[in-house]
Design a protein around this ligand. Structure first.
Ligand SMILES: Nc1nc2c(c(=O)[nH]1)N[C@H]1C(S)=C(S)[C@@H](COP(=O)(O)OP(=O)(O)OC[C@H]3O[C@@H](n4cnc5c(=O)[nH]c(N)nc54)[C@H](O)[C@@H]3O)O[C@H]1N2
Ligand SMILES: Nc1nc2c(c(=O)[nH]1)N[C@H]1C(S)=C(S)[C@@H](COP(=O)(O)OP(=O)(O)OC[C@H]3O[C@@H](n4cnc5c(=O)[nH]c(N)nc54)[C@H](O)[C@@H]3O)O[C@H]1N2
Ligand code: SF4
Ligand SMILES: [Mo]
Length: 748
C-alpha cells in the first residue's frame, strides 16, 4: 500500500530476507529519474512484527540500487569467456539452443536443477519453480534442503506423515525453552518464525521463566539466556537419548495431548534403557546431573518446550537428534499444548503440503533409486547435494550435462565446494536464475535475472507454516520493473517450456499459467471454473488468491463469506492477525492410521551408529559454523553498510587451543580438513568450548570472474572448502557442517 504527501510516497512492505517477516515502511523520494529510497524504518502498526526490524531490513534500497545487480539477461561466450547483456528473446534462444541440445543428445535425465534458499521465502519464486520442475520433466533435483533441514523433514514425515508438519515452540506462552543448535540473536529464528525472537526470549525470563541454550559456542543467544550448556558438536542425539532415559527411569513420562495417539512407546523405552546420563556425559561433555535436571525440568514445568535447529540438523546424527527433540517433547507432555511444541495453522497451504503420492501407503520407501556415482539412496526424493559435483564430473551413462540453478549459490553453500567449482565448467549447458554474477553463476552460459525486492509483490510462502502465530500479509510492488522485461515467474514458465522441448516463440505463458492454476485448484478440491472466474489476474497474484481462499481461513469462493481473499488481505496493509497457535491433534496427522509413530524403524536403525560414536576417541579439534546478524547466507556481502567495519569472517578459537599451537590472537592461521585447506585470521575467545573452532559460511568472494565489487573487498574465506562431501547424516542424506575434524596451525 502507498500513501503520498508533499515529500514523497510511503510504502508498506514485508522484508523478504528472513523468517521474521518484518513489516517495513519505505519512504520514496520523487527525484528526477528513477525513484530513490530515502528511508526504511519499521512499520509499528504491523500486526505481526509490531515495529521490530534488524539492520538488514533497512538495506532493501541498497539491494535495489546495487549497480552490480543484474538488470538484463547475460550470455557468456564459451570461447572467450566474455559476458554480454542481451535481450530476453536472445537469452531464451540461447537457453533453447543449449538445453535443447543436451535434451536431444542425452535426454532430460542429463538435466538437473539446484534450488536455493530464497525459494522458501518468496511465493512466486517457490510456486513457479515448482512449475519449472513439474513441466520440464527433470527427474531429480538438488537443493539447499539437504544442507539444512532434511533431517527434520524426515523425522516429521515418519512421525506425523508430513515432512512439513514441523512443531514450533509456542514462544508467547512458554515458561521454559531449551534451545539446541540455534542462535536466533543472529538468525532471527528458524523453523520458528517470529519477529524479535530475542525479545520473546527476554519476555520468558521477565515472566519468571527460564531459557537454556545448548551450543558449543557461547553465542549472543547463550549470553542472554539463564544457562549455557557447552556441548561437544555432533553429540546432541546422545544427550537426548539420555534425557529420554531419565524420563522413563524417573516415571516422568506423560503424553498429554498425544495420549492414545502414540505407537512405539514401549519400543522407545527399551531403546533408551542402556543410555544412562553417565554413559554419555564424557562423549557429550555435559555432566550427567545437568542432563537429568534438564529432563526433569522439561517434564515438570507446565509450559515447557525443547527446540532444536540447524546445529542439530547439519551434523553427523542430524536425524536422530531431530527425531529425539520431538520424542522428548512428546514424552514430557509438551506436544500440542500451550507453551509447548505446537503446530501452526497457516493461512496459505504450500505446494510441498500437497500429497506426495510416492510416499503414500504408510511405508517410507526410500532408496527408490540411487545416485549414479556413489550409489547413495534417495531420501524424500533427494540425494545429498554434495553428490552433484561427481554426477557432473564422472563420465558414463546418466552423466549430468546441464544444470539450472534457481536462487542458489552452491559454490559457496554446499560441501566439497572446491570440487563443485571445478566440476561446473564441465557442463555443456548451465542456466542460472539469479540477480548476481557470483561464485556460482560465473560458470553459467546464461543468467536470467530476477527482480529486486522492491520490484515484485511479496507474500511469504512456507514460512507461515511454522510461525508462532497465524497471520497473513501481502505487499504490493514498490517500484515497477523496467518496461518489457518478463517478471521472474514468466521467465520461469518460459524456461519450463524450453526444457519441455518447446521453442521459445511458441510458448504461451498464459496458457501454461492457466493450466497450472487449474491443476492446483483441482488438487485443493476447488471447482476450477469457479476458481478461474473468482480469482482475478494472472501469475503469482492469482495463485495467491486461490491459496488464501482455499486455505484454513479462506472464503472457499463464497462458501465461507467471512473468510479471507487476497482482496481482503491486500486491504489490510499492516497485515491480518489470525491468533495464537491452537491444538491440532489428531486432525493434523497424516499417517495412514492417523497415529504418531514414535519409533520409526528407518530412524532407530541408526542408533547403532550413535552407539559406536560413544566409544570413539575424541577429536583434537572440530569445526562448526556460525551466522551473523548482518549477513544472509552468501548474498548480502555486496551491501557496503552490512559488511563495513570489523572483519567478521574469522576463526573463533579458545585461548587454550591457541596456546598449545603457538597461535596468537589476530594471527593468520591455516585450517586443514580432509576436504581442503584455507587461511583465515583467528579471533580468540573463551566463549567457545575448547576443542571447537567456528567459521561463518557464505564467504569466499575472491573468485575471479564475479561482479560483486563490494563483496570482493571483504572476501573472507569459503568454509565449505573444508566440508567433506562424504560426511553425511546417513538416514536423511543431509550435509554435515558441524563437527568436522580439522587441524589448525600458524600460516606460512
Ligand atoms: N558451512 C555451512 N554451509 C552452509 C550452512 C551452514 O550453516 N554452514 N547453511 C546452509 C543453509 S541452512 C542454507 S539454506 C544454504 C543456502 O544455500 P543457497 O541457497 O545455495 O545460498 P544463498 O547464499 O542463500 O543463495 C541465494 C542466491 O539467491 C540469489 N537471490 C536472492 N534473491 C533472489 C531472487 O529474488 N530471485 C532470484 N532468482 N535469485 C535471488 C542470490 O543472489 C544468491 O545467489 O547454505 C547452507 N550452507
Ligand atoms: N542474519 C542471518 N540470518 C539468517 C541466516 C543468515 O545467514 N544470516 N540464514 C538463514 C537460514 S538459511 C537458516 S537455515 C537459519 C538458521 O538459524 P539457526 O539455526 O539459528 O542457525 P545459526 O545462527 O547458524 O545457529 C546455529 C548454532 O548451532 C551451533 N552448533 C554447531 N554445532 C552444534 C552441535 O553439534 N550441537 C549444538 N547443540 N549446537 C551446535 C552453532 O555454534 C550455532 O550457534 O538462519 C536464517 N537466518
Ligand atoms: S529480522 Fe531483519 S532481515 Fe529478518 S525480516 Fe526482519 S528486517 Fe528483514
Ligand atoms: Mo537455511
Amino acid at each position: 500500500m502507498a500513501t503520498t504527501d508533499a515529500d514523497g510516497t510511503t510504502h508498506l512492505r514485508t522484508c523478504p530476507l528472513c523468517e521474521a517477516m518484518c513489516g517495513l515502511e519505505l519512504r520514496l523520494g520523487d527525484g528526477p529519474g528513477a525513484p530513490t529510497v530515502d528511508r526504511i524504518r519499521a512499520d509499528r502498526d504491523d500486526v505481526w512484527s509490531k515495529g521490530y526490524l534488524c539492520p538488514k531490513g533497512t538495506t532493501l534500497g541498497h539491494l535495489h540500487d546495487d549497480p552490480d545487480r543484474l538488470r538484463a539477461p547475460m550470455v557468456r561466450d564459451r570461447a572467450t569467456g566474455e559476458w554480454s547483456e542481451v535481450t530476453w528473446e536472445a537469452a531464451f534462444e540461447r537457453c533453447a539452443e543449449l538445453l535443447g541440445g543436451v535434451r536431444e543428445r542425452y535426454g532430460i535425465e542429463a538435466v538437473t536443477a539446484y534450488l536455493g534458499n530464497p525459494l522458501a521465502h518468496t511465493f512466486g519464486l517457490g510456486r513457479y519453480t515448482g512449475l519449472l520442475i513439474g513441466l520440464s520433466g527433470i527427474p531429480m533435483v538438488y537443493s539447499a534442503g539437504t544442507a539444512d533441514q532434511w533431517p527434520k523433514n524426515l523425522a516429521c514425515h515418519l512421525m506425523y506423515g508430513d515432512m512439513w508438519a514441523i512443531g514450533v515452540p509456542d514462544l508467547d506462552r512458554t515458561d521454559l525453552i531449551v534451545a539446541m543448535g540455534a542462535n536466533p540473536a543472529a538468525s532471527q529464528g528458524s523453523l520458528m518464525a517470529v519477529a524479535d525472537a530475542m525479545g520473546h526470549l527476554a519476555a520468558i525470563r521477565d515472566r519468571g521463566g527460564r531459557v537454556v541454550v545448548v551450543d558449543p559456542v557461547r553465542t549472543p543467544t547463550a549470553e542472554a539466556a539463564d544457562e549455557w550448556v557447552p556441548i561437544v558438536p555432533g553429540t546432541d542425539a546422545a544427550l537426548l537419548m539420555a534425557m529420554t532415559h531419565v524420563l522413563f527411569d524417573e516415571g516422568l513420562v506423560h503424553l498429554g495431548a498425544a495420549d492414545g495417539l502414540v505407537d512405539g512407546l514401549d519400543e522407545v523405552r527399551e531403546l533408551v534403557a542402556d543410555w544412562r546420563p553417565e554413559d554419555v556425559e564424557s562423549t557429550c561433555g555435559v555432566p550427567a546431573a545437568t542432563i537429568r535436571e534438564l529432563a526433569r525440568a522439561l517434564a515438570t514445568t507446565e509450559r515447557a518446550v525443547l527446540y532444536g535447529r540447524i546445529g542439530t540438523c547439519t551434523q553427523e546424527f542430524g536425524t536422530l537428534a531431530s527425531w529425539l527433540v520431538d520424542v522428548v517433547n512428546i514424552l514430557a507432555g509438551n506436544l500440542d499444548r500451550e507453551g509447548g511444541l505446537m503446530f501452526s495453522t497457516p493461512a496459505l497451504w504450500s505446494v510441498t503440503a500437497l500429497p506426495m503420492p510416492e510416499l503414500e501407503g504408510g511405508q517410507a520407501i526410500f532408496g527408490r533409486w540411487r545416485s549414479r556415482v556413489s550409489g547413495v539412496p534417495e531420501v524424500l526424493g533427494q540425494v545429498p547435494v554434495s553428490c552433484l559435483a561427481e554426477e557432473i564430473a564422472t563420465p558414463g551413462d546418466g552423466q549430468i550435462r546441464a544444470l539450472v540453478t534457481v536462487a542458489g549459490n552452491p559454490v559457496l553453500s554446499t560441501p566439497d565446494a572446491g570440487r563443485l567449482d571445478e566440476a561446473l565448467p564441465l557442463l555443456e549447458a548451465m542456466v542460472c536464475i539469479d540477480n548476481h554474477l557470483n561464485e556460482t553463476t560465473r560458470h553459467a552460459d546464461v543468467i536470467l535475472p530476477g527482480l529486486s525486492p522492491l520490484e515484485q509483490p511479496h507474500l511469504d510462502d512456507m514460512i507461515w507454516g511454522w510461525a508462532v502465530r497465524s497471520a497473513v500479509k501481502w505487499s504490493d510492488t514498490v517500484v515497477p520493473p523496467a518496461d518489457g522485461r518478463p517478471e521472474e515467474w514468466e521467465a520461469l514458465v518460459v524456461l519450463a517450456g524450453i526444457l519441455a522441448g518447446m521453442g521459445p516463440a511458441d510458448i504461451d505463458v498464459d496458457a501454461i499459467d492457466d493450466g497450472y492454476f487449474v491443476a492446483l485448484a483441482e488438487m485443493k478440491g476447488a471447482d476450477p471454473a469457479v476458481a478461474l472466474a473468482g480469482s482475478p489476474g494472472r501469475g503469482p497474484e492469482r495463485l495467491a488468491d486461490l491459496t488464501i481462499r482455499t486455505g484454513a481461513f479462506g472464503d472457499r469462493y463464497g462458501a465461507e463469506p467471512d473468510g479471507l481473499t487476497l482482496e481482503k488481505v491486500r486491504a489490510a496493509p499492516h497485515g491480518i492477525d489470525l491468533g495464537p497457535m491452537v491444538p491440532r491433534l489428531p486432525g493434523m496427522l497424516t499417517t495412514p492410521d492417523r497415529r504418531i509413530r514414535l519409533a520409526p524403524g528407518h530412524i532407530t536403525a541408526d542408533l547403532r551408529r550413535l552407539r559406536a560414536r560413544l566409544g570413539r576417541a575424541p577429536e583434537q579439534l572440530v569445526l562448526v559454523s556460525r551466522r551473523h546478524l548482518r549477513s544472509n547466507n552468501s548474498w548480502l556481502h555486496n551491501v557496503e553498510v552490512l559488511v563495513k567495519g570489523k572483519d567478521r569472517c574469522t576463526l573463533l578459537m579458545h585461548p587454550d587451543d591457541a596456546a598449545t599451537r603457538g597461535i596468537a590472537g589476530g594471527a593468520t592461521v591455516e585450517v586443514r580438513s580432509e576436504a581442503g585447506r584455507l587461511e583465515v585470521p583467528v579471533e580468540l575467545t573463551d566463549g567457545i568450548r575448547p576443542g571447537v573452532v567456528s567459521l561463518p559460511h557464505g564467504w569466499g568472494h575472491d573468485k575471479e570472474g564475479t561482479r560483486l565489487s563490494v563483496a570482493a573487498r571483504h572476501a573472507g574465506v569459503n568454509t565449505n572448502l573444508l566440508s567433506p562431501g562424504r560426511l553425511i547424516d546417513e538416514p536423511s542424506n543431509n550435509a554435515v557442517f558441524n563437527g568436522i575434524p580439522v587441524e589448525v596451525a600458524p600460516a606460512g
